[in-house]
Design a protein around this ligand. Structure first.
Ligand code: GAR
Length: 202
């Protein structure tokens, strides 16, 4: 059984999809803990499921690297980390760049879901950027996190055709309809060994 630490910043619909998947005894992963950088509304999904949660705020640390160390320690307390059974850290809507020390600590067992077809539109405003660029197709990417911004090896992608006149929130909602099952399926494949994460994130 693959142990997951899920990191969120917002509503947590991807987290909720993983929580629902993990209710199935045949699903090969379980959520050990859910962490956030803020009072994310999505933490309530974990609390309702009886899963431990924690908040590690960047403003309580002197540097990004120190924030990453405190976050790593909180995750490791719940049995996800290095060693023979390291589990997997899943960034599912965490709106922060994870610092290099954190990435080195967990790599390659550290994945992110991003609302664009990487390498197009990395960063915090992927859906807005795709619309602004006049993209006719965008989508979602699940990838291994490396030390760059959304630059790690791509694991799985799914695409969406952009509709004429669609707003950022409408398009993002349609992307998330694909994103949730893609994340659930990607975690399943990692847990079952069919999808092997590239060593050192590269
Ligand atoms: C997801 O679409 C995720 O890809 C995106 O935030 C959303 C979170 O939704 N992440 C990023 O944009 C990271 N750059 P959720 O809180 O409903 O799961």
């Amino acid at each position: 059984m693959l142990k997951l630490a899920v990191l969120i910043s917002g509503g947590g619909s991807n987290l909720q999809a993983l929580l629902r998947a993990a209710e199935d005894p045949d699903y090969p992963a379980r959520i050990a803990c859910v962490g956030s950088d803020t009072d994310a509304p999505g933490l309530a999904h974990a609390e309702a499921a009886g899963i431990p949660t924690f908040i590690v705020r960047p403003r309580d640390s002197d540097s990004r690297e120190e924030w990453g160390q405190v976050l790593a320690a909180a995750i490791q307390e719940h049995g996800v980390g290095s060693g023979p059974d390291p589990g997997l850290v899943v960034s599912a809507g965490l709106m922060r760049i994870l610092p290099a020390g954190f990435v080195r600590e967990f790599s390659p067992n550290l994945i992110n879901t991003h609302p664009a077809l990487l390498p197009d539109f990395p960063g915090a405003h992927a859906v807005r950027d795709a619309l602004a660029a006049g993209a006719t197709e965008t989508g979602v990417t699940v990838h291994v996190i490396d030390e760059g911004v959304d630059t790690g090896p791509v694991l799985r992608q799914a695409s969406v055709t952009v509709r004429h006149g669609e707003s950022e929130s409408e398009l993002h909602e349609r992307i998330k309809e694909l994103e949730r099952p893609l994340l659930v399926q990607t975690v399943r494949e990692i847990a079952e060994g069919g999808l092997v994460l590239p060593p050192n994130g590269g």
